[in-house]
Ligand binder design. Structure first.
Ligand code: HPA
Ligand code: ZN
Length: 340
């Protein structure tokens, strides 16, 4: 599809799931300024325009530096509620019906914010979104792979108190030089708690990290995973085992994982038969939310209508929803896709 308006109308109309979005990466500069002001903090940037103008990144680390700086304005339960609610209300306007949301406890604990404060704000907003917007969710707690493993183990022990409200664990932050196996014991413990396991792998790190995340950490889903194409045997395996890959096109361009959207591997991944989904990662920083990721990728890669519908169906297939809920959502996708 090459008609932008028709494409956008289709993408908006289809009910969608988002499986790879970092709560802290949804913090828009406007909200950050408001929160800084009410917490009597000096603003992390002089103006909203100045913040946006500074959002040019050389690589993952240069983005993370800004991301953690902005995150510092978040202090109270209300701050976390407002941030979560802002993302979810926006998600509802994009017809996102289900969200699996990452958050980074260590980014807050390290600043002295207690687990009970941020989790309370996040959970209340998730409940309100289900009640008032009909958006369902799962919460996935990420470990910062560039921080000590002992910190991750401590966070997991605390999170166990909220076991029924935290569906799974993930692994994020700087990837290269921090192989998944460092977190084997922590992921084993999460598995023993009955939690789902996912991991960022093959974004900046090598394809070997993808296999390691599956084999050593028991990852059920790989976040990004775009570098799998460098290893054909790995691709065969991911296809055979139907391991979902949560791809984030605009993020990959902004963090220079790929040179441009036209070069993005999404289409090649679909052609290879991989179970890929489209996601926004850190939408406040990368120039678009979920609809924009679909539309820009579809235009640049000349995706067909059927490919777009497949990507949207995959978003439910790859989720942690029950089989019944997945089937109901996929039926709704097909019904919406069949409209003229
Ligand atoms: N990659 C790794 N860690 C992250 C990202 C990402 O894109 N966003 C927030 N934390
Ligand atoms: Zn991510």
């Amino acid at each position: 599809m090459q008609d932008r308006e028709a494409l956008e109308s289709l993408v908006r109309r289809l009910p969608k799931a988002e499986l790879h979005v970092h709560l802290e990466g949804t913090l828009e500069p406007e909200l950050a300024l408001r929160i800084a002001e009410r917490n009597a903090l000096s603003a992390p940037f002089p103006s909203v325009d100045a913040a946006r103008a500074a959002y040019h990144f050389e690589n993952l680390q240069s983005f993370l530096d800004v991301y953690y700086t902005m995150t510092d304005v978040l202090r109270t339960e209300q701050d976390f509620y407002d941030l979560t609610w802002a993302y979810l209300t926006n998600a509802a306007t994009q017809n996102i019906r289900h969200v699996e949301l990452f958050f980074d406890p260590q980014a807050h604990l390290s600043r002295g914010i207690p687990f009970g404060i941020f989790i309370a704000g996040i959970l209340l907003a998730l409940e309100d979104a289900e009640t008032h917007l009909g958006v369902t969710s799962r919460l996935i707690m990420c470990f910062l792979r560039d921080q000590p493993v002992e910190d991750a183990a401590r966070v997991l022990a605390t999170a166990h108190l909220y076991r029924d409200r935290i569906a799974g664990v993930g692994l994020d932050s700087a990837e290269a030089g921090y192989p998944p196996q460092l977190f084997k014991d922590v992921f084993d413990q999460a598995a023993a708690y009955g939690m789902h396991r996912v991991a960022h792998a093959g974004e900046e790190g090598p394809p070997a990290y993808i296999a390691e995340a599956i084999d050593v950490l028991g990852a059920e889903r790989i976040d990004h995973g775009v570098r799998c194409l460098e290893d054909p045997a790995l691709v065969d395996r991911l296809v055979r085992e139907r391991v979902p890959l949560t791809v984030c096109p605009l993020s990959n361009v902004r963090l220079r994982v790929v040179p441009s959207l036209a070069d993005h591997p999404l289409k090649r991944m679909l052609d290879a038969g991989l179970l890929v989904t489209v996601n926004s990662d850190d939408p406040a920083y990368f120039g678009g939310y979920l609809v924009e990721n679909y539309v820009e990728a579809a235009l640049a890669l000349r995706l067909t209508r059927d490919e777009i519908v497949t990507l949207v169906e995959n978003s439910f297939t790859a989720s942690f929803l029950s089989d019944e809920a997945k089937a109901a959502h996929i039926e709704a996708v097909r019904a919406a896709a069949a409209l003229p």
